[in-house]
Design a protein around this ligand. Structure first.
Ligand SMILES: O=C(O)CCC(=O)C(=O)O
Length: 357
């Protein structure tokens, strides 16, 4: 059977053919959430689920945030801010201007007092984009002074999943912050507080459409002196498997980019949804997601997400098996040969050529 048939059947039998993510007008019961969404590995958007959070009114107010976090009693009064030249952290980037081999570029992470972080996020005319985030339980570690403004967990999700969140993360970005396609091994309850988040979603069965390849890991370094970034390969060199597809190619290479990834651009459209303030997206484990955002009147988007442990069950085993199948055999073989040729002809670029899994 062609893998294309699998993409179609998953949509026909489970996800629906409309390409839309189901919206619930009120929180589901734990049993409904478990039966209709978690066990089917199917996303949904829940409106009116966090209307009682004081965060919805308090967090549009800078003075409130600054006052709460300046008198913070948390163990670490500094917050983590990701700095990049273009808003794209944990994304593919050309290693140098002269060498367009791609690497997996992580942000320059800086720890600073909250008022400074807020001012950097607002300075959108600068040569950097600041995104306050850290996927290490940062809400509970760095922003505990704001905890009375939200629930500590999403009760119906905790009941359904039979556990409390493993991590709760806060995200404060502006219109330039973008998160590239990736997947996580968590059940994710993603609540938007101010601004809007735009998600593109693809089910785990569509893994081959993401063209996951191994890229050399690199890190942005921002110099206060030159006010510029350099990108340095990790030492020792290590490779990160990452999705190759940019779903919004633009500029003169747009057509070329689209032709490189026909399974993505010519296959079924990704599920596209906007999460408004006060809504929660249930993003099932292992779904590929790409995220952009539209800011509120203060130029910002604030969200809190709850990561719950996923079940490493039979679905996980099936998805792993699927991912291990090389498809389409012909295309990846050609790519591998091209890459190997490039390595042979230019030994000095040995370490820079993106690996092919
Ligand atoms: O909001 C974002 O920029 C990314 C969110 C995300 O990737 C996640 O919650 O796993």
């Amino acid at each position: 059977m062609e893998i294309e048939t699998l993409w179609e059947e998953v949509r026909e039998l489970s996800l629906g053919l409309s390409g839309e993510v189901e919206r619930l007008n009120s929180p589901p019961t734990p049993i409904q959430f478990l039966r209709d969404f978690v066990s089917q590995n199917k996303p949904c958007i829940i409106s009116n689920a966090i209307n009682h959070w004081p965060a919805l009114s308090n967090w549009s107010n800078d003075s409130y945030l600054i006052k709460s976090l300046s008198s913070s009693s948390s163990s670490d009064p500094l917050v983590s801010v990701h700095l990049t030249p273009n808003g794209r952290a944990d994304a593919l980037a050309p290693l140098t201007k002269a060498n367009d081999s791609l690497c997996f570029a992580s942000a320059h992470v800086q720890h600073m007092p909250f008022p400074e972080a807020l001012s950097l996020i607002s300075s959108t005319g600068s040569n950097f984009v600041a995104y306050a985030q850290q996927q290490n339980d940062c809400f509970r570690l760095e922003y505990s002074a704001l905890s009375p403004d939200c629930d500590a967990n999403i009760p119906w999700a905790s009941d359904a999943l039979g556990c409390l969140p493993e991590a709760v993360n806060l995200w404060i970005g502006n219109h330039l912050s973008e998160t590239s396609f990736h997947k996580d091994h968590y059940e994710n309850l993603y609540a938007v507080v101010t601004g809007r988040k735009h998600f593109l979603l693809l089910p785990p069965t569509d893994v081959h459409r993401m063209y996951i390849r191994d890229y050399p890991a690199a890190q942005y370094l921002y110099s206060q002196d030159t006010k510029d970034f350099t990108l340095e390969l990790d030492k020792p060199l290590r490779y990160v498997p990452w999705c190759s597809v940019n779903p919004y190619p633009s500029g003169k290479n747009k057509v070329e980019e689209m032709e490189k990834f026909p399974l993505f651009f010519q296959g079924p459209k990704p599920f596209e949804c906007t999460i408004n303030p006060g809504e929660i997206l249930y993003l099932p484990s292992m779904w590929f997601h790409h995220v952009r955002q539209s800011p509120d009147d203060n130029g910002r988007v604030i969200a809190v997400n709850y990561w719950y442990d996923m079940q490493f069950d039979i679905k996980y085993a099936y998805f792993n098996f699927l991912q291990s199948i090389h498809y389409p055999v012909l295309k990846s073989t050609v790519l591998k040969i091209e890459c190997e040729d490039q390595l042979k002809t230019n030994s000095s670029e040995d370490e820079l050529c993106a690996g092919v899994s």
